[in-house]
Write a protein that binds this ligand. Structure first.
Ligand SMILES: [Zn+2]
Length: 305
């Protein structure tokens, strides 16, 4: 589901965006010992979540509060005042756009990686050619030195061993070999120039990529700071986005806590911590600090009555 992909972004680029703000609460409800009734009012179809599924998730969120206390705090009731809305807002849209620009970035990075691999192979090939060419140059130099010795001996009158036409033939062969080597050397130099050009291009692309990455991280940071995925206000719980159903369940449970009148805790593992951070979202249990908050609310109610 496209909607949820953006949560993974932070992991890809190793930016610490796992901490997503829950919104601050506004108003306390449920100040009696009666369970709080809630209904599902609106689900934006772009979430691709059925009402039945959301009811199920909300009941699991309510169960988080029930499990550790043995007390029923929340009951689903289609006629209830407290309404849950899943609102697909601009933030969600922005996340999709960011996902697209991340995809483009990753694609560019992959193209770069392939080019880099090709250049490495190319360089290995050139090194090999260059080493072969050097060996042949050395061997030609030896042959040429021997030829020079032969010419000296011939000039000194050792006609028995060296005939003039043989020496002439030898000279032609050496000139031919030397010409060939020169051509190959020119070709190799041309290849090296091309390779250097490619390397310069690749380095430029790498610079472009890293400035794109920096820009992307900044955009991510700016957008995440203003993003509240859940909000409780009066008799409404608004959910603006979630990464997974586990995340949605915990976000709902958190907003349920506000609906009871609870404020935030300072324990990052607790449900009522303002951000989803270190909580075990797969198998969440209320922490002592959540239970303390709950206890303080209910004892103050008892005192007031
Ligand atoms: Zn909150």
């Amino acid at each position: 589901m496209k909607t949820f992909l953006w949560w993974g972004l932070s992991l890809c680029l190793c930016i610490g965006f796992q901490t997503t703000s829950f919104a601050q609460n506004n108003l306390a409800m449920g100040s009696s010992n009666q369970p709080l009734k809630y209904r599902i009012a609106f689900i934006d179809p772009r979430f691709q979540l059925t009402r039945e599924k959301l009811v199920e998730i909300s009941q699991q969120a309510a169960e988080i509060w029930h499990k550790e206390t043995g007390k029923t705090y929340f009951i689903y009731d289609s006629e209830a005042q407290l309404a849950i809305n899943l609102i697909y807002d601009d933030h969600q849209l922005m996340k999709s756009e960011q996902q697209e620009s991340l995809n483009a970035l990753l694609q560019k990075q992959e193209v770069w990686r392939l080019k880099n691999e090709e250049i490495i192979l190319n360089k290995q090939e050139i090194d090999q050619l260059s080493s072969d060419l050097n060996k042949r140059k050395i061997s030609l130099k030896t042959e040429f030195e021997k030829y020079q010795q032969d010419v000296i001996r011939f000039n000194q009158g050792e006609h028995r061993y060296y005939r003039a036409d043989e020496l002439k033939e030898q000279q032609n062969q050496l000139q031919q070999k030397s010409g060939n080597l020169q051509n190959e050397s020119n070709n190799l130099n041309f290849k090296i120039q091309l390779l250097n050009l490619k390397i310069r291009e690749l380095n430029q692309e790498q610079n472009d990529l890293s400035s794109l990455k920096t820009q992307f991280k900044l955009e991510q940071k700016a957008s995440i700071q203003s993003f509240h995925k859940g909000l409780f206000s009066q008799n409404q719980i608004q959910i603006y986005g979630y990464a997974s159903l586990n995340d949605l369940r915990l976000t709902l449970a958190h907003e349920f806590g506000h609906a009871l009148g609870l404020k935030h805790t300072t324990d990052p593992k607790s449900l009522m911590y303002p951000r989803l951070k270190e909580q075990d979202i797969h198998n969440f249990k209320l922490t002592d600090s959540d239970l303390e908050l709950l206890g303080s609310i209910y004892s103050s109610i008892k005192e007031n009555h």
